[in-house]
Design a protein around this ligand. Structure first.
Ligand code: C2O
Ligand code: CU
Length: 525
């Protein structure tokens, strides 16, 4: 069974560009996110300080849906059906100071924590979620992965007007598919603040078959460490930031672990000072408790803006059961990759002791880590990546779909090219030859089976996300809503055009999206 992920492990000599973390041409292009790294950083910091804090990601500035010139009425209220349960919540998006486990950072979050409060419902429930915007900026909330009604999708300029400062907006939608999801803003690079939280849709009829369940959210963190995400974007636009060579850092601090070459080429533009599991740094980790021998389901969410993680649980194998909400043929792995916006559910039978649940940022130095405690013992000090991460790492798109997840077999009615391109200098990322709004929408008709032919013509990996629909990989039928498309790869994805509206198709690297790598999917005729 594990034949495919083992074969993906390239030998160091076979890798065309050599180890990513050690290649100067790669690392020079990576921007160091963090304070006090040279004159350019200082200059950008001053620039940012002189600007109205609300204006960075305000309407008309970015590509994340703004600037279409469209305006919107309030969404049509939804009346629940007779037997439909209503799940009501209020989210307050506001400035907060968070303790990451030592470092404290001023940031923006939903409530007082990042990740924000879990929202949980059953498939078919009506979610009614009021968002109070207490941020010094406009915002929206996007319910990532949910096949919901278009009016609730949270994309300013495509589905709603942005939520102004000190005002509220109520999202009402049914969530049809069980699974692991999350939510985040769709304005500027607000995703790279603390504005994210898990959304779990349960299947009341699912057998379960596990004793405990944890939600584990991965993130890359810069906000409040001397820079905020808007300043990082400004630096990228100004030419990639300080041209420091961090190649040696890329391999250091990992207990001598060879991260080795992997399939992703360049997978990020920003080096972050911190990588987090459930909002905590590795030296003061989130601790998840259970009993030895228990079977736990771990719902892994990559909420990072610019980081692909490789994830493992020290001393354990993981059985992957779902991705992006859909069941797969269970596959046992030592480690797996998570692209930005991807989710994987894994099951593990726990040993007795203390185990690191660790994630390494691909092509960058650092570590994200939580701890699983079932018995006595102490955490590794200093925190190190477990041996499991040095072996083969599963590439999610190599998974096979469960029977229940298959789209009915059908020939595509239309094949639409989606050409990904871009570079660091000037910092521009495009789809079909243009940044968002300058490219022509992908046009489909209701009822069509649509094939998107994604051609990555850049040297970076891009997590491609489709709103309002879930797709099947043409190669295997694997169902997902976000898929990593590696450098120069061509990847075909199929979906049924069964949810009319204006939708986003975009790269889930927050900086790429904001630099243009988005396109509208429009229903016509
Ligand atoms: Cu989570 Cu349009 O994205
Ligand atoms: Cu991208």
């Amino acid at each position: 069974m594990p034949e495919q992920h083992a074969s993906r492990r390239l030998s160091p000599r076979a890798a065309p560009g050599g180890p990513v973390g050690a290649t100067p041409t790669v690392t020079r292009r990576v921007l160091l996110a963090g304070g006090a790294v040279g004159g350019l950083t200082l200059a950008t910091g001053l620039l940012a300080a002189c600007t109205d804090p609300g204006s960075h990601s305000a309407a008309g500035h970015g590509a994340s849906g703004h600037g279409t010139g469209r305006t919107f009425e309030a969404p049509t209220p939804v009346t629940p059906t007779a037997d439909q349960r209503v799940v009501e919540r209020t989210l307050t998006a506001k400035p907060v100071t968070l303790d990451l486990g030592g470092p404290t950072v001023p940031t923006w979050a939903y409530g007082d924590t990042a990740p924000g409060p879990l929202i949980r419902a059953n498939a078919g429930d009506l979610l009614r979620i009021r968002v109070d915007n207490r941020l010094p900026a406009e915002t929206t909330v996007h319910w990532h992965g949910i096949r919901l009604r278009n009016q609730a999708d949270g994309v300013p300029g495509l589905t709603q007007d942005p939520i102004a400062q000190n005002s509220s907006y109520t999202y009402e939608f049914a969530a049809p598919d069980p699974g692991t999801y999350f939510f985040h803003p769709h304005v500027g690079v607000q995703l790279d603040r603390g504005l994210y939280a898990p959304l779990i849709i349960d299947d009341p009829h699912e057998p379960g078959g596990y004793d405990a369940e944890w939600v584990v959210v991965l993130d890359d963190w810069v906000d409040g460490t001397g820079r905020d995400p808007d300043a990082v974007l400004e630096s990228l636009r100004a030419g990639g930031g300080p041209a420091h060579d961090h190649g040696s850092m890329g391999m250091g601090g990992m207990g001598g672990m060879d991260m080795g070459p992997t399939p992703w080429g360049n997978a990020g533009d920003v080096l972050y000072p911190y990588y987090l599991v459930n909002g905590r740094i590795p030296t003061a980790p989130d601790v998840l408790g259970a009993k030895p021998g228990q079977r736990v389901r771990i719902r892994l969410i990559n909420a990072a803006s610019d980081t692909v993680f490789a994830v493992s649980l020290g001393g354990h194998r993981l059985t992957v059961t779902h991705t992006d909400g859909y069941a797969v043929q269970p596959q046992e792995v030592s480690a797996l990759y998570l692209g930005m916006g991807e989710r994987y559910d894994v099951v593990a039978t726990l040993g007795d002791g203390v185990f690191p649940l660790a994630a390494t940022p691909f092509g960058k130095s650092g570590l994200a880590m939580g701890l699983i405690r079932t018995g006595s013992g102490s955490a590794p000090d200093p925190p190190v990546a477990p041996a499991e991460l040095a072996g083969p790492v599963l590439i999610g798109s190599d998974l096979k779909p469960a029977e229940s997840s298959l789209l009915p077999v059908r020939r595509p009615d239309v094949v639409l090219p989606v050409v990904l391109a871009g570079q660091m200098q000037p910092y521009t990322w495009t789809i079909n030859g243009g940044t968002f709004g300058r490219n022509d929408p992908l046009v489909v008709q209701a009822g069509q089976r649509v094939r998107l032919r994604i051609q990555n013509q850049s040297m970076m990996t891009h997590p491609v996300h489709v709103h309002g629909h879930t797709f099947a990989l043409a190669s295997s039928g694997l169902r997902k809503d976000t898929v990593l498309v590696r450098h120069m790869e061509v990847r075909e994805i199929d979906f049924d055009a069964d949810n009319p509206g204006s939708w986003m198709v975009h790269c889930h690297n927050a900086y790429h999206g904001e630099a243009g790598m988005m396109i509208e999917l429009a229903y016509r005729g």
